[in-house]
Design a protein around this ligand. Structure first.
Ligand SMILES: NC(=O)c1ccc[n+]([C@@H]2O[C@H](COP(=O)([O-])OP(=O)(O)OC[C@H]3O[C@@H](n4cnc5c(N)ncnc54)[C@H](OP(=O)(O)O)[C@@H]3O)[C@@H](O)[C@H]2O)c1
Length: 369
């Protein structure tokens, strides 16, 4: 397999799939996989059309693989053209940023690393709510302290994209944006992002410091951002980064009602992942499988290709700990869904009622603020 990187989709010289087809036609014996780039919002950097979510390597989905294996996996992603990597202070906490920093140190100039601040961390307490409600802290002085620590853990001079992980109701968003603006002025941060913020917050933040990207959950079974968030981002020229684009693995079709998770896996707390809900929600995976058969693609590839087809400024960040799945997911950029395919997915998925909420109530309450 030959990996072709750095094709710039934004140059507008035909669809990436057509260009891939042209390339393959010119060299019929070469097995090529292309990775093209997208611009993250009007002011953002060019990044690979698919990023890599690194959270699951040290958080949320235990057991966690060996650190050296994950360093090798992240580097394999770079070799395959992935240039956008997602981490957060809270993943671990702290250890995921260290892992990403070590893995990407040799490729600093080629990659864009996004991290996040905003949880009130005590390493003895699981901030994701498995042992209680997570606390938030986006006070300006805290943001600046976190930035200093993240810079060290990531081994970089500047954080490429610094998201507020969750809106802190106790701190006006203008103060948060102001703190990030200061960090940008000092050269410690390049771009500002928000995660799971509501549209009023996005507008208020953007008025103080232009927001480059918003990261929220979005996939075929979590479509709430379509109502207000995506139209607002389009209007303001802000990029969108869908997290959990494979529905925390479910949409890839390898999880069924009999699958068991590690005792501390977050999916045990998610209503959508009860065995009954999984059984009912299988209908959506079956739909992806049906479309995939026609397109010679896997359900995961259809789920990602569907996201890529929604807007040219959407950059999903699927997470995996396995090389074969990384390659499978990258393969989604070569899956072109025609208007009829998209209509079929729209029509058929509208008839499937998703069972169970995407988050337990205490975590859902922290979103859309
Ligand atoms: N901003 C936020 O609040 C927030 C919240 C959650 C996540 N995120 C970010 O978004 C990234 C992605 O989200 P996510 O990890 O929650 O969910 P995801 O990407 O939808 O799914 C990850 C899960 O799918 C499995 N998987 C990946 N590719 C697969 C394939 N081709 N076939 C079968 N299974 C596959 C992975 O297992 P294996 O490892 O075994 O492959 C893992 O369990 C995270 O890494 C994190 O950086 C952000």
């Amino acid at each position: 397999m030959e990996w072709i990187k750095d094709r710039d989709e934004t140059r507008g010289n035909g669809s990436p799939i057509k260009r891939l087809g042209t390339l393959a036609a010119r060299c019929p014996r070469r097995k090529v996989q292309i990775m093209y780039k997208r611009k993250l919002g009007k002011t953002g950097p060019l990044v690979s059309a698919l990023g890599l979510g690194c959270m699951g390597m040290s958080f949320s989905y235990p057991p966690f693989p060996d650190k050296h294996a994950m360093i090798a996996l992240i580097r394999s992603a770079v070799e395959r053209g992935v240039s956008f990597f997602d981490t957060a202070e809270v993943y671990g906490p702290f250890t995921n940023e260290e892992l990403v920093g070590e893995a990407l140190a040799p490729f600093r100039e080629q990659v864009v690393i996004a991290t996040k601040f905003g949880f009130d961390l005590d390493p003895k307490f699981d901030p994701r709510g498995m042992k209680g409600s997570p606390g938030l802290n986006s006070r300006p002085e805290q943001i600046k302290e976190v930035a200093e620590s993240s810079l060290k853990r990531l081994k970089v001079d500047a954080i490429d994209l610094f998201y507020q992980h969750r809106v802190d109701p106790d701190v006006p968003i203008e103060d948060v944006a102001g703190a990030v603006k200061d960090l940008i002025r000092e050269g410690k941060v390049k771009h500002f992002g928000l995660s799971e913020a509501g549209v009023q917050t996005i507008r208020r933040a953007h008025a103080v410091q232009p927001v480059t990207a918003v990261q929220s959950e979005y996939s075929l079974w979590t479509r709430a951002p379509e109502k207000q968030v995506i139209p607002t981002l389009e209007e303001l020229g802000i990029g969108f980064v869908p997290y959990s684009p494979l529905g925390k693995g479910f949409l890839a079709g390898k999880i069924n009602e009999h699958t068991t998770f590690d005792r501390t896996d977050i999916r045990n707390t998610i209503p959508r992942f009860t065995p009954e809900a999984r059984k009912a929600n299988q209908a959506l995976v079956d739909l992806l499988g049906k479309i995939g058969e026609r397109k010679r693609a896997t359900p995961a590839q259809i789920a990602l290709a569907w996201l890529l087809a929604q807007k040219p400024w959407i950059v999903p960040i699927p997470g995996t700990t396995k090389l074969a799945r990384l390659e499978e997911n990258i393969g989604a950029v070569a899956v072109e869904l025609a208007a009829e395919d998209l209509q079929e997915i729209e029509h058929a998925s509208a008839a499937i009622a998703i069972h169970g909420a995407r988050y337990p109530e205490n975590l859902e309450r922290m979103t859309g603020l």
